[in-house]
Design a protein around this ligand. Structure first.
Ligand SMILES: C[S@@+](CC[C@H](N)C(=O)[O-])C[C@H]1O[C@@H](n2cnc3c(N)ncnc32)[C@H](O)[C@@H]1O
Length: 311
C-alpha cells in the first residue's frame, strides 16, 4: 500500500527532505517518489502524522491511472465526497474532473455527501496521471501559530518560527524517545518542537535569561521534562557528559549575537563528539568553511537562511 503526502508548495525540496526525515524517525522506508507537490511513500504511523510541518494532508492511495482515460475501478460502499487537487504545473479543468469522477464513482448504493461523507476522497492531478486516494489526516498548520514568539510567556526577537523549528527537528530523523541537544537554545523554540515530537530535550545557552525563559516556554507547551542549562557551547561536553541522538540548532547570527568567543567555530569543533546521529543546523552564512548548505530558505526580503546537515 502506498500513501500520498500533499506537500506545502513554498519549498518542495525541503518539504520532501522533511518527509524523508519523518519516515526515518518512524523507522519506515525513506524512498519517496515525488511529482510536483505530491510525494508517494510508504505507510505512515497514524498518530505521528502531525509531526510534519510542510505536509498539508496525507491520504491512502486507492488507484492511479491516466487522466485522459479516467478508467476508475473503485466504487465507495457508502457516502463520499471527491476533491480534485492540482499538484503539478499543468492546468486541468479541476471542477469538471471532480464532477465527472463523482458521477463515475456513484452507484445505486452510495451517494455524494459534501457535508459529512463517510469517505473523503482526493483526486490528485499530476501532469498526465491521476492518483485517487482516501484522506487520512488533514494537518492543521494553524497549530504552529499558537506557539509563535508573540504567543509565548518568554519572548525574544531571536526566536525561530515554529514551522522551521519543527522542520529542523524532522530533518534530524530523531525517533520518539530519542534525545536532542540544542546548544544555542535561546527561547527554546527548537526544544518545544522536539519535545512535542516525543524526544527528550536538552538545551544550553550562555545567557541566564534565555535559560530561564526557555524552561518557562517549554512548560507552557507541556514539555515538562527538560534539561536546560547555562553555559558556553565549547564546554557542552563537560556540562552534559552524555551523547545525544541528534543535535538540532540555530546558530547565533552575526557579530551582534556574539556574547563571547567564537560560538560557531566552537560548535563545529565540539558537536561531532556529542552526538551519535545527525547534526542539523541553520545559519545566515551561505558557506561555512568547505561546507555547503543542503537547503536555502527564503524567509522574507533580505533574509535568507541556510540549512546544513552533517552525518
Ligand atoms: C539564534 S539564537 C537561538 C534562537 C532559538 N533557536 C530560539 O528559537 O529562540 C542563538 C542563541 O545562542 C546563544 N549563544 C551565543 N553564543 C553562545 C555560546 N558561546 N554558547 C552558548 N550559547 C550561545 C545566544 O544567547 C542566543 O540565545
Amino acid at each position: 500500500m502506498s500513501y500520498a503526502y500533499l506537500l506545502a508548495g513554498e519549498n518542495l525540496e525541503l518539504a520532501e527532505d522533511e518527509l524523508r526525515g519523518f519516515l526515518e524517525s518512524q523507522e519506515l522506508e525513506t524512498r519517496v517518489e515525488r511529482e510536483g507537490r505530491l510525494a508517494i511513500a510508504g505507510e505512515p504511523m497514524e498518530g505521528q502524522l502531525k509531526r510534519l510541518a510542510l505536509t498539508h494532508e496525507v491520504s491512502e492511495v486507492i488507484e492511479r491511472g491516466s487522466i485522459e482515460a479516467l478508467d476508475l475501478k473503485y466504487r465507495p460502499d457508502s457516502s463520499f465526497a471527491v476533491r480534485a487537487v492540482e499538484v503539478s504545473d499543468e492546468e486541468h479543468d479541476t471542477a469538471a474532473l471532480q464532477e465527472k469522477v463523482g458521477e463515475i464513482l456513484g452507484t445505486g448504493d452510495n451517494e455524494v455527501d459534501l457535508e459529512r461523507p463517510d469517505e473523503e476522497l482526493r483526486l490528485y492531478l499530476l501532469e498526465d496521471e491521476y492518483v485517487l486516494a482516501r484522506l487520512m489526516e488533514d494537518i492543521d498548520r494553524g497549530l504552529f501559530e499558537k506557539r509563535g514568539n508573540e504567543e509565548r510567556p518568554f519572548q525574544s526577537p531571536v526566536s525561530l518560527d515554529p514551522v522551521l523549528a519543527r522542520v529542523l527537528v524532522n530533518l534530524s530523523g530523531v525517533k520518539p524517545g530519542g534525545s536532542v541537544l540544542d546548544p544555542f537554545c535561546g527561547t527554546g523554540g527548537i526544544l518545544i518542537e522536539a519535545g512535542l515530537c516525543g524526544a527528550g530535550v536538552h538545551g544550553l545557552d550562555v545567557q541566564e535569561e534565555m535559560v530561564e525563559g526557555a524552561r518557562e516556554n517549554l512548560e507552557v507547551y507541556g514539555v515538562i521534562v527538560h534539561d536546560v542549562r547555562e553555559g558556553e557551547v565549547r564546554d557542552a561536553g563537560k556540562i552534559f557528559d552524555q551523547k545525544f541522538d541528534a543535535i538540532v540548532t540555530d546558530l547565533p547570527y552575526g557579530e551582534a549575537s556574539k556574547v563571547e568567543g567564537e560560538p560557531v567555530e566552537d560548535f563545529l569543533e565540539v558537536a561531532p563528539e556529542l552526538v551519535n546521529g545527525r547534526i542539523v543546523f541553520m545559519s545566515d552564512r551561505e558557506n561555512i568553511g568547505d561546507m555547503e548548505p543542503e537547503h536555502e530558505i527564503y524567509v522574507h526580503k533580505n533574509l535568507t537562511r541556510y540549512v546544513y546537515l552533517l552525518q
